[in-house]
Design a protein around this ligand. Structure first.
Ligand SMILES: NC(=O)c1ccc[n+]([C@@H]2O[C@H](COP(=O)([O-])OP(=O)(O)OC[C@H]3O[C@@H](n4cnc5c(N)ncnc54)[C@H](OP(=O)(O)O)[C@@H]3O)[C@@H](O)[C@H]2O)c1
Length: 325
């Protein structure tokens, strides 16, 4: 039974939808609507991991480590490393049991003729997707996301495109990856099956959209599960080219992160856990989110994060973090 804290959860859907399990009841392996198991955490084959300056061997070692810890969800896209994210994932997939893995990629930030070209016309995204399948070395993905569409891109041409791909057995689910509330609200009213949004311990801006999507019966995934680790100052000391890359990304996107990061770290430590562990368990315990994606360039962090996903916050700890929404 939900305890008092859970009853006060501000993110709880209306009584019209089935009552979600309490955080403490959520298992590591959940299921997609077709019954395929999916791990509570997934890996984003993107960011630094997908760069050509990042060693191939370490990229593969990270995936091996995750798989050994039970992670079976891997997300990528043609724009990550201009195709290298998909190529690296594809090389690693050789000989792996695809029926036990959830592989997702994107269209919209298309890679066509060696260039990234944004757009959602069926011809353009079909060409980009052909390249994605070739780089991944597979002929079907579990989810194909529209990567950052505008509201007006969500119309009959893309919906028909998805239907054709489903009929041809090339995708199982149609998805939208957006952090934009109007786009997510429109997605909730559309034939799209799955939305990947941004909801994490530091960012609740998509919360109303997440509830709308859940109530509409859509599957919800969360990107940026670690809130870019702003709670970890050591991640941003420019002691290596990789850390300098992270520092520059944060300075560009969230210049106030040294202040907000310290506050967040304090809040997460109140759980008695390491900040990354608490941040991940906040998401694995969120009843409306099926699986959450993190990034890392570190084999050690990959293992730690996957193991964190197998544990959980108490309802009380989880609700305290949710109360900041
Ligand atoms: N951001 C977007 O716009 C977007 C869009 C679509 C999909 N996604 C998906 O979301 C995924 C995750 O996004 P992201 O990589 O931007 O952000 P993220 O997962 O929130 O954070 C990555 C940061 O966390 C650090 N980190 C990882 N594990 C840690 C640990 N245990 N302790 C301390 N620091 C740790 C990483 O540093 P180390 O490398 O040192 O571990 C890196 O600085 C993407 O890979 C992508 O698939 C994102």
């Amino acid at each position: 039974m939900p305890d008092q804290g859970e009853a006060a959860n501000p993110a709880a859907p209306s009584p019209a939808t089935p009552t979600p399990a309490t955080p403490a009841e959520r298992p590591w392996l959940r299921t997609l609507p077709n019954g395929k198991p999916i791990s509570a955490l997934g890996f984003g084959c993107s960011s630094l991991w997908a760069k050509s300056s990042f060693p191939d061997a370490r990229a593969a070692e990270i995936l091996d480590t995750l798989l050994a810890e039970g992670v079976n969800h891997f997300d990528t896209g043609p724009s990550y490393g201009e195709g290298l994210g998909e190529t690296r994932l594809g090389r690693w997939l050789v000989g792996k049991p695809l029926d036990q893995l959830v592989i997702t990629t994107k269209v919209g930030t298309n890679l066509v003729d060696g260039r990234i070209e944004r757009g959602f016309t069926p011809d353009l995204i079909a060409r980009s997707l052909d390249g994605s399948f070739a780089r991944l070395g597979i002929d079907k993905v579990d989810v194909l996301y529209l990567h950052g569409p505008a509201v007006e891109d969500l119309g009959t041409p893309v919906f028909d495109f998805f239907e054709r791909l489903k009929a041809d057995g090339r995708i199982t689910y149609a998805g939208v990856n957006s952090f934009d509330n109007p786009v997510l609200m429109k997605t909730a009213q559309s034939p799209i099956d799955i939305a990947m949004l941004q909801y994490n311990v530091a960012d609740f801006r998509n919360r109303a959209a997440m509830i709308a999507l859940h109530e509409a019966g859509k599957v919800v995934m969360s990107g940026t599960a670690l809130a870019r680790a702003r709670f970890s100052p050591a991640s941003f000391l420019p002691t290596s080219p990789g850390k300098l890359w992270y520092l520059l990304r944060m300075m560009r996107q969230e210049p106030l992160f040294p202040v907000t990061g310290l506050r967040l770290a304090r809040r997460l430590r109140e759980t008695g856990k390491e900040p990354a562990e608490a941040a991940l368990q906040f998401l694995t315990g969120q009843p409306m989110i099926l699986s959450s994606l993190f990034g890392t360039s570190s084999v050690e962090h990959a293992g730690e994060n996957a193991r964190a996903g197998h544990g959980q916050l108490s309802n009380r700890q989880w609700t305290r973090l949710a109360d900041y929404a």
